[in-house]
Design a protein around this ligand. Structure first.
Ligand code: SF4
Length: 360
């Protein structure tokens, strides 16, 4: 199950040295090797902007922010309206508010210097597991496991991980922790991101160009596009209920009522029906009828809603008097104009097809 750590990180970093993406917040590997340190403010700003947004969309925003506010102290001192104005168009405005709050916290509590560990970074507004690990690794070379969506995909392929996401997250993190070297952990994190973004892409990964192909189980088996495994769709639950169609003997009219204003099909018309629940314990039988009559079972009606399937037992009674519950008679000719949902039209069709005792 394991991947030989040293050759893996060495081969990946050699590839990164040649193919690293040039990004405005990034220190290129050659400069990094010459001792240039990434600026934590720029790393943080880019990571916040990149949450749920693409590199292409972020670049111009990043340039505008760092031109207008070159240091975290400048951003902290800016009016919130100005920050929100520059952010406009990036979406997720809570992030812009957190960004500003974080800049102020760094200025006021940390003297304008970002804390250097993932644990401390995580105490700042708007910084969670991923962002704290990314800043700690990239800006401060902490060997933190940096796992974004790209890295998840790469690792599930390296391991040919049969566990679907999100259950696989723990195994992925464990593997990234194991793979992350103590030498150049920041470049390693960025190399994994670049590999996922440019080579190990969601569809048609370019395995022939991949620097870690020798370590990849999925590529060896030719199954790379089967990973990450998606979770099976959740089974749709079935609810049960009953509908009671009273048919007036003299003209075949049916008794309808209005559903309550709350819940499914609220305010629509229906023949009286029971609550819809998951029970199959007899509560949907004739005993659940809203009034006593010679109910007879006409058959089941099934209907699919978005989140559940409904099986209704349809009961029919032929009556002469008005039922003792609120409602109205609806004759066949009037039913096209009734606010009857599809389900209730199916119910009526089922009941009226059963005409052994009816006149209509
Ligand atoms: Fe991804 Fe292919 Fe490389 Fe495996 S060999 S990590 S599937 S690009």
């Amino acid at each position: 199950m394991s991947i030989n750590q040293s050759p893996f990180s060495r081969e990946l970093l050699q590839w990164y040295d040649r193919h690293a993406r040039a990004l405005p917040w990034r220190v290129p590997p050659a400069e990094r090797a010459a001792g240039v340190r990434p600026n934590a403010y720029r790393v943080w700003l880019s990571e916040i902007m990149l949450q749920q947004t693409t590199v292409a969309a972020v670049k111009s925003y990043f340039e505008r922010f760092v031109n207008r506010w070159p240091e975290v102290g400048h951003l902290a001192a800016a009016p919130e309206a100005a920050v929100m104005g520059e952010w406009a168009g990036l979406g997720y405005y809570a992030r812009a508010r957190n960004l500003h709050a974080c800049a102020r916290t760094v200025s006021e509590r940390f003297g304008g210097e970002f804390p250097q560990t993932a644990a401390e970074l995580k105490t700042l507004p708007g910084i969670g597991d991923y962002t704290s690990a990314a800043i700690a690794a990239i800006a401060f070379d902490e060997p933190a496991a940096v796992v974004d969506g790209n890295v998840e995909r790469v690792v599930t392929r390296l391991l040919a991980l049969a566990t679907p996401l999100p259950s696989a997250k723990k195994a992925i993190r464990t593997e990234v922790e194991r793979l992350t070297p103590h030498l150049r952990p920041g470049d390693f994190a960025q190399a994994m991101m670049d590999l996922g973004a440019t080579v190990c892409t969601p569809t048609r990964p370019a395995c022939v160009l991949c620097p870690v192909r020798a370590h990849c189980r999925a590529a060896a088996a030719g199954t790379q596009e089967q990973f990450p495994v998606k979770p099976p769709k959740a089974a749709v639950p079935t609810r049960k209920g009953a509908a009671f169609v009273a048919v007036r003997r003299r003209d075949g009219a049916v008794w309808l009522r209005r559903r309550t204003e709350k819940g499914m099909l609220s305010g629509m018309s229906e023949p009286p029906s029971s609550a819809w629940n998951a029970r199959a314990d007899g509560a949907t039988g004739a005993g659940a009828a809203p009034f006593a009559a010679a109910w007879r079972l006409c058959g089941p009606v099934a209907h699919g809603f978005t989140h559940f399937k409904l099986d209704l037992e349809v009961w029919r009674a032929d009556v002469d008097a008005d039922p003792p519950i609120d409602g109205w008679w609806s004759r066949s000719a009037d039913q096209a104009g009734e606010a009857l949902p599809t389900l209730m039209r199916k119910v009526l069709k089922s009941a009226l097809a059963d005409s052994a005792d009816s006149l209509s």
